[in-house]
Design a protein around this ligand. Structure first.
Ligand SMILES: [Zn+2]
Length: 184
């Protein structure tokens, strides 16, 4: 398991490490946990399906400023190693402090900040931009189906484009993005 230097506060680092270390390479479902910024547990670990962990709208409403950590299962999908458009939608819409997706050897973490949590048109613009990169990649991948080596390359390229988008737009939209191990 890799370290998570982006998380601040000793108790929080400890808590996140504990969750990360509980993940197993054979996990076939997503697990998620929600922390308070001080590292105490806000919503205890929840087990989901291969693609998501479910929370009620009322629960999301309480996640303002909280830290949601979850794993992404290795399914061969475009978003195995990067944050999904849904991840970013929820993080910004509900004003989370941070959302972080973890695989066995990578981590991607996104903290929305004031602009994306408070300005609807900026948020829409940001989310549309990210969705466009994702949808373009997805269309390309489906054109290549049957040609597996090319599919793998197209998935990798799309993940890189998504990661680049998040790195390049931090200043414009005032969020923070940090990834480890995605392309190593
Ligand atoms: Zn996710």
């Amino acid at each position: 398991m890799i370290n998570m230097p982006i998380v601040r506060g000793e108790k929080l680092i400890e808590s996140v490490d504990k969750f990360v270390n509980s993940l197993n390479k054979n996990d076939e479902v997503e697990k998620a946990i929600v922390y308070n910024p001080d590292g105490s547990v806000f919503i205890k670990e929840r087990i989901g399906t291969k693609n998501y962990v479910e929370y009620a709208h009322e629960e999301y409403l309480q996640m303002r400023g909280k830290i949601l950590i979850h794993n992404h299962v290795d399914t061969g999908d475009l978003t195995d190693r990067v944050l999904s458009p849904d991840d970013l939608h929820r993080a910004t819409y509900y004003g989370m402090g941070k959302i972080q997706a973890i695989t066995l050897n990578s981590s991607a973490a996104f903290s929305p900040g004031m602009i994306l949590s408070g300005n609807v048109s900026m948020r829409d613009q940001f989310l549309k931009g990210y969705a466009k990169v994702f949808e373009t990649g997805k269309a390309h991948v489906s054109e290549l189906l049957g040609d597996e080596p090319s599919v793998a390359g197209a998935i990798q390229n799309t993940a890189r484009n998504m990661s680049d988008y998040l790195k390049e737009n931090q200043h414009k939209y005032g969020y923070r993005y940090d990834e480890r191990g995605i392309f190593e």
